[in-house]
Design a protein around this ligand. Sequence first.
Ligand code: GLP
Length: 245
Amino acid sequence: MGTRLRIHKLTTKKQASDACAYLVCKQIIDKPSSVLGFATGGTMEPVYKSLVAEYKQRKLSFAESVAFSLDEYVGLAPEHPQSFAYYLQKRLYQHIDIPKQSIYFPKGDIATDDIAQQYQQNLDKYGPIDIQLLGIGVNAHIAFNEPGSDFNSLCRLVQLSTSTLTSNAKYFESNTMQASKGITMGIGSILKAKHIVLLAVGQSKAEAIRDMICNEQSLSCPASALQSHPNVDVLLDKDAASLLS
Ligand code: GLP
């Protein structure tokens, strides 16, 4: 059982995402030179909105921090509007004072096994990550670690599952080709972080959240790997927590 996971059941999506942004603010105030791990996806959009607002209001600084992306679509250049690099640039990096050279992300357009290995080497060089944000897939993937992923896996190229392709199709315009492969931090890479914050909102995540928290660890539920980590906060809205007793 995932007894070590700290579960926070909040009422609204806004409360859950504000709580997530607050934990990043706290981290950067406590340690300005923090190594930060950022996730993407619809879930994280209000988090970055809240984080940017807090940054401006509290006059925080990311000048000494280093940031790493969790994953990227293979084939998409950082300038591609559906790339995760573009997402983080537009929603976060361009609004804060983090130096350009302190932003790390895997380049999807040149992604190879060697590029994945280099990304892992950079993570190991600057890491461990002080705070890693995570979303969760409806199939309980974390980053692009699909069911069946090894819990010790490191950065690598992966084939996206049908479930993920279906869930993420909404982010691609109908006339653009959807990427079918990802370059991702492995589960082992994620577990090296000192503090992990997983945010899930909405009914569509309720089953994945129940399996992650209530079931034994299993390769079929990648997020259940987090049960082994000593410092995980799970932030949920009412809907995502609806299958927890
Ligand atoms: C994507 C990303 C994950 C993200 C998840 C949830 O495929 N690779 O890092 O956490 O799916 O996305 P969303 O928040 O849009 O539901």
